[in-house]
Each structure stands twice: as C-alpha cells, then as structure tokens.
Design a protein around this ligand. Structure first.
Ligand code: FES
Length: 158
C-alpha cells in the first residue's frame, strides 16, 4: 500500500517499477516529470518521508508504507505555498519542464532550513538541472519563500 500525499493508494505493479511510473502511469499524477531516467537531472524529484529522492530510480517496493509527497501536494503546506507564491512573484519558470523537481528539492531544503544561505541553496539544489538556466531565479525564489515563511511565523507569534 502506498501513501501518496496523505492518501492510501493500492497499486498492482511489479515491485521494481520506479515510483515515477507508478505516479504517472498508474495513478495519473503527471506533475512529476521524466527527465533522464538515471537519477541525474532531478526532474522526477519527490519526497519520501520528507527527503528529496529521484523517483525514476526508486523502486516502488522500497517506499511501501512510507510517506510519498509529490508536487501536487505543495499547496497543502506552508512551505509549498510560500514557494508557489515566490515562484510566481519572481517569474522563476522558463520552459517549466524541470520546475516540479526544483520545487520539491527546494521544499525539502526549506523544511529543514528556514533561512538557507546561497551556498546551502546551491548545495541542496545541485542535483536539479535546468536546461533554461533559471538558477539565479531559483535561488532568489528560495530566499523569497524563506522570507515569506519568516514573515508568516512572526505574524502568528505577534
Ligand atoms: Fe526550462 Fe528549467 S525552466 S528546464
């Protein structure tokens, strides 16, 4: 039994099937993209128990019972909403193909580190390739999302 974005999903597939294809072809969740198929470009990034993983090289049997989160879940949590707002404000996306993976890596980073430095951002995002070279806007978007999260936390605390 899979747990995808908080919902239990029963799937009948070979255990070695990559999570990417279960999401896209079996569950119809096409927000997660196929890029290289070798875990090298990051387009297929999802979270497994909060960690960013490459779904194209992750066998579905290895995530049984674990919490899988995809880009479709971003709007359901504060970090995801801050990233969506920042991405929109700063017009981060160019062609967009890599961006669901970029957002999921950024979300994993911000969940652990609410105010990452440029170096920490570059380290966390180094496995996500963007063929349009939107890297400066991705970095700025993560800083903006971090600022939005800080502002909303201080508003709650005030
Ligand atoms: Fe085009 Fe990243 S926005 S590949």
């Amino acid at each position: 039994m899979l747990n995808v974005n908080g919902t239990a999903r029963a799937v009948d597939v070979d255990g070695e099937t990559p999570v990417l294809w279960v999401l896209r072809d079996v569950l119809g969740m096409t927000g997660t993209k196929f890029g290289c198929g070798m875990g090298l470009c990051g387009a297929c990034t999802v979270h497994v128990d909060g960690q960013a993983v490459r779904s194209c090289i992750t066998p579905v049997e290895s995530v049984d019972g674990k919490a899988i989160a995809t880009v479709e879940s971003l709007a359901t949590n504060a970090v995801g909403r801050a990233l969506q707002q920042a991405w929109t404000e700063l017009d981060v996306v160019q062609c967009g193909y890599c961006q669901s993976g970029q957002l999921m890596s950024a979300a994993a980073l911000l969940a652990e580190n609410k105010a990452p430095s440029d170096v920490q951002i570059d380290e966390a995002m180094s496995g996500n390739i963007c063929r349009c070279a939107t890297y400066p806007r991705i970095r700025a978007g993560i800083h903006r999302a971090a600022a939005l999260l800080t502002a909303s936390t201080s508003k709650v605390a005030a």
